[in-house]
Every structure is written in structure tokens, then in C-alpha cells.
Design a protein around this ligand. Sequence first.
Ligand code: ATP
Length: 370
Amino acid sequence: MAVYKIALLPGDGIGPEVTGEAVRVLGEIERRYADLTFALESFDAGAERFMRTGVAMPEETFRHCRQADAMLMGAVGLPEARHPDGREVNGDVIFRLRFDLDLYAGVRPVKLYKGVPSPLRDVSGGIDYVIVRENVEGLYASRTGGCNVRGEVATDTIIMTRTGIQKVSHFAFRLAQKRFGKGRPLDGKSMVTCVDKANVLSSYAFFRSVYDEVASMYPRVDRDYAYVDAMTLYQVMQPHHYDVVVAENMFADIISDLASATVGGLGMAPSGDIGDRHGLFQPSHGTAPSLAGRGVANPLATILSAGMMLDWLGERHGDERLTDAAVRIEQAVMKVLEEGVAATSDIGGASRTSDVGDAVVRCLQELTVR
Ligand code: ATP
């Protein structure tokens, strides 16, 4: 009997609604595979907890997260929950986990599924690439360490280390190898694109030079480069050009949101924050307070994130059932979208959050288990 300990962090706003549907999908996976159990334990962390108690994430919860096999999160943060200096409290949870558990690779698949409206629907070959965000260095590493001199001058410092760039670059090239046989939609070429601003800042030139050193160890994967400003144009004009993209923390944050707009919006954008020992999976969206409590949020980004979690766990533990289950979850989501079984309003439908969860569970039931 394989038991996987999953720390569940539903969080704030629409977080609990979308994680609720992902949990139902995991329950269906348990039923479909013999001797497979997900020991889910839910923890109260986030902005509401902060407003109630003054602490967004207690140490005890952090310990449980560290000890779990994987973490599944909804979203944390509310605009009104702030520290006295004005910072939002979501960083107390998400940055704490990313930095202290060294979740150095932020993995954001960008995939346009059939049935999802997109201004780029007619791009030949479709859109299917993955952004790998350096998650623990870059400009955001300056968080709380910036300097404001008497309200006249403010600075933040970008942090780039050889080790950090090596780690995230290796991750991106290994991911490109995993995608052998698929590659970029344009022509199947296997490629890692380095996105930076190497023409202006020495920190980004350093990022590129370390990327190059790592690239030389993967001769079967092509190198590619784009300056971040041009990249935003290419993501719209020629998204089928990309296979795997690697970038510094803040740049990748920005190009990820743009990318999600090309594939149906934030409700369709899953993610994983992955390190060598820990993995945290969550939709790319935030807590969308205007949708909270109405049962209308799109749960697919969270359901797809749960699928990514199983794929990661499967690889890590050599458990093929989990790898298989991850494929089934994506297939079920694709069936729901392609056949128009259910869709929330952000992707052109009128279904409720739970209708979409129901539809994914039903499709999973129809898919045969090997
Ligand atoms: P954060 O600062 O936490 O990233 P944000 O306010 O910038 O949050 P989101 O909370 O992700 O961004 O939401 C922005 C908008 O995207 C929402 O108002 C909503 O219209 C849309 N959105 C986000 N997630 C979903 C979802 N799951 N389903 C439908 N629409 C969503």
C-alpha cells in the first residue's frame, strides 16, 4: 500500500473552492488505482488567518509542509491583509515555502487546449511550452531587504548566483529532454530559450553565460535566446516557436501572466514550485476576491496542478501509477473542454465550479485504468 502525505493549503478567496474540486479529483484517482492512498491534511494558512491571529503561517504548519510528500495550495492573500509597512501577507506563506524549502524551479506549462477561447486560437501547430522560472533569486530575493533612504531614494538588489542559475538551467534542460518526441509545436524541435536582458545589465549577462555553460552539457537540446521585451512580442506573434523557456524570477513572473492570457487566462494556468526534495503545486492565479464565495471560479488550473503533483511524485518515487494518473487527469480535462461538457464563464461557459469538478470526475471514471 503506497500512502502519499499531501499538505493541503486551501488559503483565501477562491482558494478553498478550487482546491475542493482538485481534492475530489484526487479521491477519484484513489478509487481507480488499487493500494493507492493520499493522506490529505488541510492547514489554515493565509490572509484570513493573519487577520484573525496576526500570523499567516504558523511554524507548526511549515513543519508539516516540510514533512509532507507534496503540497497542494489554492491561493493566499487578500488586498486588505497587510503588514504595517504595506506589504501583502501572501509572501509570508508562498515566499517562506519557496525560499526555505528551496523550491528553485517555478514550472508553468502554457498549453492551449481545444475548446478554450483564445485570441491566438489560429496559430498553426498550437501553443504548448513550459516556462521555468528561477524562483528563489533574482530581483524578488531583495524582498524586505530593499532600502528606502528618507523617502527620497529607494533601491532593491538583484541576486544572481552561479549555483542558482546552474540549478534552474539544468532543470529546464532536463525538462526539454523529458519532452523529447514532442518539442516545440512549430517543428518538434527540442529547445530551451533563455530570456534575459543581457544587453543591458551584467547580472543578466551572467545569467546567460551560466545558461550557456549548462547548455553545452545537453547537445541534443537546441539553445535559443530572447530579450525579455522582445519575448512578450514573440509570445503573441509566434508562441509555437517555444518548447521550454527559462528566466530570472521577476521576468518569468511577468511573461507567465502574459502567457496565461494566450491560453484562456489565469483559470487555465497550473504551476509547480519544485526543488530537489520538495514540491508545491498551485494554480497560477491569485485569490480573485471578486469571485470568492460565488461558486463560479474555474477549478481547472488547480486540477491540472494536482495532475502535475502526481507526475512529480510518480517520477520521484518511481510509482508508475501516479505518472499514469497524471496523464488521465489531463486527458479528462481535455475531454471536458473539447466536448464542451462544462466550462466556467472565464472560458466562455456558464457552468459552476462544482459542475466542472463533476465533469472531470465523470470523464476520469470513463477512462480505463490499465
Ligand atoms: P495576486 O496578486 O494574488 O496574484 P491578482 O488580483 O493579481 O492576485 P487574481 O486573483 O489571480 O489576480 O485574479 C485576477 C483576475 O483573473 C480575477 O479578477 C478574475 O477575473 C480572473 N481569475 C483569476 N483566477 C480565476 C479563476 N480560477 N477562475 C476565473 N477567473 C479567474
